[in-house]
Design a protein. Structure first.
Length: 386
């Protein structure tokens, strides 16, 4: 769930393999060689690959970086060197305390700007703390709209790139009717698409896959972020404040963040909070649907609005998703359900062991997976160029 990129190991053989792919694509598919070249530049800079990273810096202009507010949201803007209009994209991070100032995120945004993109990296409210709410989504939508309307954004359009929860926010933004025709592409790594199903997984250890309950192993951080998000969506009360404060005190490696709910006595909790406490104290998959249905209609409606699957029919932009074979937070079934429901958009899923949730790692241990990841990146950069 952490939206960050691990330093890629400087493996010359892996880089040479990708260079060979670039040469082949340039010969066979000339229109794609620019996308492959840009992809290599981004991977070299984010992974600090010797020689290739130096060459990319020498051949490109340093981006102009400005920190400020965009649509009222703290945002860092990376502009390519020189004037003109550029393909715009909004990079949406996952849950990480450093937000847009995480060094790996800054390195990635800078690399994208060096290869010709106007990049906006916002910190929507709550996201860094693991509170994904409608307020988070509204701020994201506002930044995406502002990015498309910038005078230096080519064609008045914008691409959306996200990791983990950030990819889910990108999908939700692209589903907005006022933005649907202005989004060039949604490129994401390991998103969730059904927030109710995420709560099922976090509380019971089972996920819904093709109508069947299937056990799925996840990291405990999923429980913590899900609990924070649901509690933050409750109407104000002293019990809500108490729960949120307790959850915010827990660190991301807490082994059982939901134990808090099991220690509470529901009859001493405000009615507006009681149903949620029972839901998060439950571990029985057979009881989940009944307990979820007991949540207030307003809360359930909010959960639907934060679920890309519910609005998949409104997607118009193409979608490129990449994920590990067994992501440590969100099952592949989440994206596959979105692909089935998106009748007006092409949703492509690339499964590659190069990824560990949002963390790519270049290696020749499986050359096929390496090329799968490269293909996802090249297709995404090609589409983002419009």
């Amino acid at each position: 769930m952490l939206g960050r990129f691990r330093r890629l190991r400087p493996l010359p053989a892996a880089v040479l393999a990708l260079l060979l792919a670039a040469l082949i694509s340039g010969i066979v598919y000339r229109s794609w060689i620019g996308a492959q070249t840009r992809t290599l530049g981004v991977l070299a800079l984010t992974g600090r690959v010797p020689v290739l990273a130096w060459a990319t810096r020498e051949l490109t202009d340093a981006p102009r970086v400005r920190d400020g507010l965009v649509a009222g949201v703290p945002t860092t803007v990376y502009r390519p060197g020189g004037g003109g209009r550029w393909p715009a994209l909004v990079f949406l991070n996952g849950v990480t305390a450093r937000g847009r100032h995480h060094p790996d995120v800054e390195r990635l945004a800078g690399a994208l700007a060096r290869v010709g993109f106007l990049v906006l990296v916002p910190d929507p409210p709550g996201l860094a703390q693991g509170e994904v709410t409608e307020r988070t989504l509204a701020a994201t939508i506002a930044v995406v709209r502002a990015a498309a309307e910038r005078p230096d954004a080519a064609g008045g359009r914008v691409g959306l790139v996200g990791v983990s929860v950030g990819a889910s926010l990108g999908l939700l933004a692209a589903e907005q009717p006022t933005l649907a025709d202005r989004v060039t592409l949604v490129a994401g790594i390991a998103p969730y698409t059904d927030l109710a199903n995420v709560a099922r997984l976090a509380t019971t250890g089972d996920t819904l896959e093709d109508g069947r309950l299937v056990p799925y192993a996840t990291k405990s951080f999923l429980q913590l972020v899900t609990a924070r998000s649901f509690v933050a969506a409750l109407p104000p009360s002293s019990d809500r404040s108490m729960l949120l404060a307790e959850l915010l005190r827990l660190h991301e490696g807490s082994p059982d963040p939901l134990a808090l709910f099991g220690r509470l006595q529901p009859d001493r909790i405000a009615p507006s909070v009681r149903a949620l406490v029972k839901l998060f104290a439950n571990r029985d998959p057979a009881s989940f649907d009944r307990l979820y249905a007991a949540l207030s209609p307003d809360l359930r409606a909010s959960i639907v609005r934060l679920s890309p699957l519910a609005g998949a029919d409104r997607l118009r932009a193409p979608v490129e998703i990449a994920s590990a074979p067994h992501d440590k937070y969100f099952p592949l079934a989440e994206t596959r359900a979105l692909a089935r429901a998106a009748r007006h958009s092409r949703v492509s899923l690339t499964v590659t062991s190069t990824l560990h949730h949002a963390v790519p790692s270049l290696s020749l241990s499986d050359i096929t997976d390496l090329f799968r990841f490269d293909g996802w990146a090249v297709r995404s950069i090609h589409a983002l160029r419009g």
